[in-house]
Design a binder for this molecule. Structure first.
Ligand SMILES: Cc1ncc(COP(=O)(O)O)c(C=O)c1O
Length: 336
């Protein structure tokens, strides 16, 4: 989003090294992006025509729909045939030709198949598709592309028994294919989850322990307002009692939050060492799609963030207060 681009600029990244990929992008957002000087990776024919009216001197590229989908959940697969993302495969050549006609400097091709899959096959498949298109674009439109970007999506092991992606093998295979089959010498990838996921542990306090007969519950103060992945994707996060690491586990519990929906859970059926009020549950791998997907649902302010470095903890985001939730609300005069 433009918000992400502005955050990158604030963090000191030069505009020309930022590539924006959006979907269903508004004219206002396109205008703001052009002002920043970042690169735009165009998602649709409509976006191309609208960008042409604004004009940018920066090189552009296109996100295409490769017909290859991957991801940890069907909600996170973005590259399959008919997806809402990218230029549909059978419209790719005409779109590059149109961009040339409009006077754009088109430098690249991009695809992002989805997020969090643990196998490398989709990357090999998508690179094959992109290489084929690079050659067809050259032959059929005369555009010699300079870079190929196969997106993000590298998965991480959330469960202790999950395998790690073999990135060395993947890199060799992909680079060989690209070198052998095309003139492209610049390859880009966009790993998000892979970089930040295991950097972060969510700490949440136990306030309630309940034996409901058929089930035992550990009630904590983080629900899907704080970490939505379990409720939204049925995602697994490893949990442990941070203050009882070496204690023997006693029974199975569901770790559940303070939100008014039965879908509000952090972990199902986990063996834990005699949880009690006041204990702290550590929820692992909360660094990707964690805080950024959190919300103030049920009027529960968002949590603080703390950076730990060599044993020293520094507050890097203040916890929200209830007043923060009211800040943008307006009560019309007639209702006061
Ligand atoms: C275009 C694009 N690139 C990269 C990413 C990062 O994906 P991941 O965190 O799975 O690596 C995303 C995530 O939505 C994306 O939409």
């Amino acid at each position: 989003s433009i918000g992400e681009v502005l955050t990158c600029l604030k963090a000191g990244f030069p505009a020309e090294r930022i590539m924006y990929t959006g979907v269903n992008v508004s004219n206002a957002e396109l205008e703001a992006l052009v002002k920043t000087g970042c690169r735009i990776n165009v998602d649709s024919q409509s976006e191309l025509e609208r960008l042409a009216k604004i004009k940018t001197d920066m090189p552009i590229s296109f996100r295409i729909t490769p017909g290859v989908a991957s991801g940890h959940s069907s909600k996170d697969m973005t590259g399959g045939k008919g997806a809402k993302f990218g230029i549909p495969y059978d419209k790719v050549i005409e779109t590059y030709a149109r961009a040339k006609e409009l006077g754009f400097d088109v430098k690249g091709i991009h695809a992002h198949t989805g997020s969090g899959g643990l196998t490398t096959e989709p990357f090999s498949e998508v690179v094959d598709v992109l290489c084929g298109l690079v050659n067809r674009i050259k032959d059929e439109t005369g555009i010699k592309l300079e870079f190929l970007d196969f997106g993000g999506g590298i998965g991480v092991p959330y469960k202790p028994q999950d395998p790690e992606c073999d990135l060395d093998d993947l890199a060799f295979e992909i680079c060989d294919t690209i070198k052998d089959e095309t003139d492209i010498r610049t390859v880009a990838l966009e790993p998000g989850r892979y970089i930040v996921c295991d950097s972060t542990i969510l700490l949440t306090r136990v306030h309630d322990v309940k034996d409901a007969g058929v089930k035992k519950y550990v009630g904590v103060d983080a629900g899907f307002n704080t970490l939505i992945r379990p409720a939204m994707y049925d995602s697994y996060h490893y949990v442990a009692l941070a203050n009882k690491f070496n204690k023997a586990c006693t029974a199975k519990y569901d770790v559940v939050g303070p939100i008014c929906e039965s879908g509000d859970y952090i972990a199902h059926e986990r063996v834990l060492p005699d949880p009690e009020e006041g204990d702290i549950v550590a929820v692992y791998c909360a660094g990707a799609y964690g805080f950024s997907m959190s919300s103030p649902y049920n009027s529960r302010p968002r949590c603080a963030e703390v950076l730990v470095n060599e044993g020293k903890a520094e507050l890097i985001r203040e916890p929200e207060e209830i007043e923060d939730l009211w800040r943008h609300q307006i009560v019309p005069e007639r209702l006061r």
